[in-house]
Design a protein around this ligand. Structure first.
Ligand SMILES: [Zn+2]
Length: 305
């Protein structure tokens, strides 16, 4: 499940927290901009990050990358970009989700969290309890807390043109595969049937192939969401590779890692999503690794409802 924290607790965020505690929606202001088909349509801008892998030891490095420094470098970019929300698709911590990892993550994200809400999903290198210990006291836990989901961290981010549902695919800490599980899938199906027709983006950590290290219940997930036409895209990390694909008209958006890449051909960095009701533009903000695609814009159109 995901978590949100915000550095400044104003009255509005207090109200949101109170509502979220009862399993209702986190509703945030959306920015203005030109629409895909309607000039007056409001645009939502989200900063999409994955695989920060923040260590307790700031000198920790892998393949020549220093995850702590990478996020440190990106944070001013996020602050000046001023998105409507920042989403991190799991593998927040270096390897085993230590409290010191999350303490550093919290410190690094503080300048961002003072300006915009930060939502986090958990990956296979996270520890749910340690994560909650560090982030649970910041502006409350704005997560869905219904009975089948008490042991997961799911957050719903409702914007003008988009609803993002952040799911929890953490199965075992520091083992590669992930699983949503039956209870979470059933909750999702019920929720999707009841919510309004605002386009939905699902966001979680694990990849969607059929390998032993991917999301293990991906066929069940796809068979459930394919007929629910309001589901337009899935955003995920895990592979540390940037790419776009499609399944039955559902766009699959694999985010680059912040911490390090596995291949020299991939960037590290984050993606700015400019979302409207008919689709969105996805802009790569590369901060290291392969910089060839820095600034590239990928335009996606949502499948029809
Ligand atoms: Zn990772």
């Amino acid at each position: 499940m995901a978590e949100i924290f915000s550095g400044s607790m104003n009255r509005r965020s207090f109200i949101q927290t109170g509502l979220a505690a009862f399993g209702t929606l986190v509703t945030l202001n959306a920015g203005c901009g030109a629409g895909l088909t309607n000039k007056d349509e409001k645009q939502t801008r989200l900063a999409l990050l994955a695989d920060t892998h923040i260590p307790e030891d700031v000198e920790n490095n892998y393949r020549g990358f220093y995850p702590y420094r990478n996020l440190e470098k990106i944070v001013p970019d996020l602050v000046s970009n001023s998105p409507d929300g920042v989403l991190i698709a799991g593998d927040l911590a270096r390897l085993t989700g230590q409290p010191g990892d999350y303490a550093n993550l919290k410190k690094l994200l503080s300048p961002v969290a003072e300006k915009t809400p930060v939502f986090m999903a958990l990956g296979n290198h996270d520890d749910r309890q340690n994560f909650l210990k560090v982030f649970g006291d910041m502006a409350g836990v704005r997560a869905v807390r219904e009975p089948p989901l008490r042991d997961k961290h799911v957050v719903i981010v409702k914007k003008t043109s988009t609803r993002v549902i952040m799911l929890d695919s953490l199965l075992y800490t520091n083992k590669v595969p992930g699983l949503l599980g039956k209870a979470q899938r059933q909750w999702l199906e019920n929720y999707l049937k009841e919510c309004d027709e605002t386009p939905v983006i699902l966001c979680f950590h694990h990849t969607l192939s059929d390998g032993d290290g991917d999301l293990l219940d991906v066929p069940r997930l796809f068979s459930m969401i394919t007929p629910i036409r309001k589901v337009k895209a899935i955003v995920y990390g895990h592979s540390h590779a940037y790419g776009f694909s499609e399944f039955e008209g559902i766009h699959l958006i694999n985010l680059p890692a912040v911490g390090y890449n596995f291949s020299d051909s991939d960037p590290i960095g984050w993606v700015e999503a400019r979302l409207k009701s008919r689709g969105g533009d996805f802009v790569l903000h590369a901060a290291g690794g392969n910089l060839d695609r820095d600034g590239s814009v990928t335009k996606l159109t949502w499948r029809k409802g």
